[in-house]
Design a binder for this molecule. Structure first.
Ligand SMILES: CC(C)(COP(=O)(O)OP(=O)(O)OC[C@H]1O[C@@H](n2cnc3c(N)ncnc32)[C@H](O)[C@@H]1OP(=O)(O)O)[C@@H](O)C(=O)NCCC(=O)NCCS
Length: 133
């Protein structure tokens, strides 16, 4: 397979980075989509927690697209950014890049998603997000 590689986004810090391991494969030996979805949810939650300054839960996956497969040994970087802050909810865009075989210059966008989180209090009830940024 010939792929056109791109650069990782500059001046942005990934919410999470992780190496795709053999334990995360599907029956065909490529990386299981459900594993990627959980990394995306984690990355989005890191951003949502930070922005809402406290506990959050995932309420919805608004969109999710797997552009390219992920392979064992790829280094995955998930970038998260705030799309919208509501009263109690926060919508986060997540972009996932894979560095094939962990090579710095062999980078490709593999997944894009949008998720919504709700800020909750200690009783798991929605709490208002104070937007200070
Ligand atoms: C999150 C939870 C507390 C919200 O309670 P709720 O009574 O449904 O809350 P509301 O109807 O008041 O909605 C809360 C916010 O979510 C938004 N929301 C509700 N349904 C949504 C959907 N399908 N997509 C996007 N946003 C949605 C609402 O617009 C509202 O946002 P706003 O305050 O910014 O306007 C409750 O649904 C829950 O506990 N869900 C389970 C969460 C969970 O276990 N996630 C998986 C593990 S983290």
């Amino acid at each position: 397979m010939t792929e056109e590689f791109i650069k990782l986004p500059e001046n942005r810090i990934p919410a999470i980075r992780v190496v795709a391991m053999p334990a995360n494969t599907n029956a065909s030996g490529d990386i299981f989509g459900g594993w990627i979805m959980s990394q995306v949810d984690l990355a989005g939650s890191v951003c949502a927690y930070e922005k809402s300054k406290g506990r959050i839960v995932t309420i919805a996956v608004n969109s999710f697209k797997f552009h390219k497969p992920v392979f064992v040994g790829d280094l995955i970087s998930c970038y998260a950014s705030v799309k919208k802050i509501g009263n109690t909810s926060i919508t986060i865009d997540v972009e996932v890049f894979a560095q094939r075989s962990r090579e710095k210059d062999n980078c490709i966008k593999v997944t894009e998603a949008s998720l919504t989180y709700v800020a909750v209090d200690e009783n798991r009830k929605p709490r208002v997000i104070r937007n200070s940024t």
